[in-house]
Design a protein around this ligand. Structure first.
Ligand code: CA
Length: 458
């Protein structure tokens, strides 16, 4: 890092001298950072993701841009923080033609672009917000995030059409969610097959694979009634004989299934000779879930089963770090140094600029995020954002992080924490640190004036 710091300001085209790679973004859904062996997990086995981390760089201060999936994905795609994104909460808006997505930037640089899995940034009545209108050549999966709760849906979206799966959902709820009584096809299998076909078809040119799996998300609608507690998995695998309640076994099996998919895509890239030509990014969209599972034998919060938040405060949906801290792994053999860690603070907001620059283009200046591509390539200068900011109007929360100081507003109560001394955000120092509190408050007021969806006066 000293070397990089010395180079800071020496130029923005960090990609110069490095052939732009294929880009594979694997985005897990509600996976807790503590549920990976690479972050200390002992009970769930994730050997492939752990190996991916060893072969590349793990970020120790990677955060989502939101506590829930829609605004996180919006920041990833458009490079704005979740207060200035088109969506600042799930489904409260949809992408417009004037929104420039990462897929559009990469397609402009000659990449084939494919999305497999969950989109979550459109309304069905607004085709201009669908993946094909937002930069993706190929799309297969769920356009709607509620549809993606169902791992055995009756249909998946195939381009602008739909594919019948053979599953039977007798009482479908919103957007094809509901519980299947006939389970013929597991959506993660179908999406993996299509993702791999996309890689094979584009092996001879540069491609961007956005693999936004719904693993290991819970099936919200049946979470409180189904014997499996809502985690839909075709096999319990290595966990079948564990002395755990069924939903806990099912959840572990889902995480391991995700891990197998990561191993499988690496094997595919190896077989095609693309390993050194491909950057793999592994992320989760938000922290471990807050849901209590009725049939877990103890009715505990699922995100606690495997210490999914690693002791950070809160869960998915919160702007405390339990909702925001996610794994960030960047692996590009021959370019990204293996086994490295990076402790700088970045979040999903920075991915659009970073991956645009990795693809050989100048980092865009019309976004909130900053490129950290030089951290990956070791070339060029960079500077991180001076502060990070989060909003969640649905939950009446916001947060600002600057240096080691983080302010969290919940229901208009401001609390201030020093993350270096108190990573669990337990000791409110607002009264003890009036100058710092005032500075954080002034940052939020500046960002309040930029909000895409201004907060209504109370
Ligand atoms: Ca999620």
């Amino acid at each position: 890092m000293l070397l990089l710091a010395a180079c800071a300001g020496s130029g923005s085209r960090s990609g110069a001298g490095v052939e732009p790679p294929n880009i594979v973004v694997i985005l897990a859904d509600d996976l807790g950072i503590g549920e990976l062996g690479a972050w200390g997990q002992q009970e769930i086995k994730t050997p492939n993701i752990d190996r991916l981390a060893r072969d590349g760089m793990g970020f120790t201060e990677f955060r989502s841009s939101a506590g829930v999936c829609g605004p996180a994905r919006c920041s990833l795609m458009t490079g704005h923080h979740n207060g200035t994104c088109r969506l600042d909460d799930n489904d409260n808006d949809y992408l417009r033609p004037e929104d420039v997505t990462l897929a559009e930037r990469l397609r402009g640089a000659g990449y084939a672009t494919g999305l497999f899995g969950k989109w979550g940034l459109s309304w069905d009545a607004r085709p201009e917000s669908w993946p094909q209108a937002q930069g993706f050549d190929v799309f297969f999966g769920y356009r709607d995030q509620v549809h993606a709760h169902n791992f055995y849906p009756e249909y998946l979206i195939d381009g602008t059409d739909s594919l019948r799966t053979g599953n039977v959902v007798p009482k479908p709820t919103k957007m094809g969610a509901g519980q299947a009584t006939v389970k013929r096809a597991y959506a993660p299998d179908l999406m993996r097959d299509r993702a791999f076909a996309f890689v094979r078809a584009n092996a001879g040119r540069r491609f961007f694979l956005y693999w936004a799996t719904n693993l290991p998300h819970i099936h919200n609608e049946i979470a409180r009634t189904s014997p499996d507690g809502g985690y839909e998995t075709p096999t319990l695998g290595a966990y079948a004989d564990k002395p755990w309640p069924l939903p806990k076994k099912s959840y572990a099996a889902q995480v391991s299934r995700l891990d197998q998919d990561v191993g499988a895509v690496r094997a595919l890239l190896d077989s095609l000779g693309l390993t050194r030509k491909t950057l793999i990014v592994f992320l989760s969209d938000n922290g471990a879930t807050f849901l209590k599972i009725a049939n877990d034998g103890q009715s505990d919060i699922a995100g606690r089963w495997f210490n999914g938040t690693m002791g950070y405060r809160g869960f998915k949906g919160d702007l405390y770090d339990g909702g925001l801290r996610v794994p960030g792994i960047f692996t590009w053999p021959g370019v990204v140094k293996p086994g490295g860690n990076y402790a700088g603070r970045v979040d999903f907001t920075d991915l659009h600029a970073t991956l645009t620059q990795v693809a050989g283009m100048p980092a865009p200046s019309d976004v909130d995020g900053r490129s950290f591509s030089p951290i990956l390539t070791g070339r060029g200068g960079f500077s991180l954002r001076p502060y990070q900011v989060w909003y969640s109007p649905d939950r009446n929360q916001s947060a600002v992080l600057r240096g080691d100081w983080k302010a969290v507003w919940m229901q208009d109560t401001m609390r201030v924490f020093n993350l270096a001394q108190d990573p669990g955000e337990q000791r409110d120092l607002r009264a003890a640190q009036p100058a710092i509190s005032a500075e954080l408050d002034s940052i939020r007021r500046v960002e309040d004036r930029r909000l895409k969806h201004p907060v209504k006066p109370q």
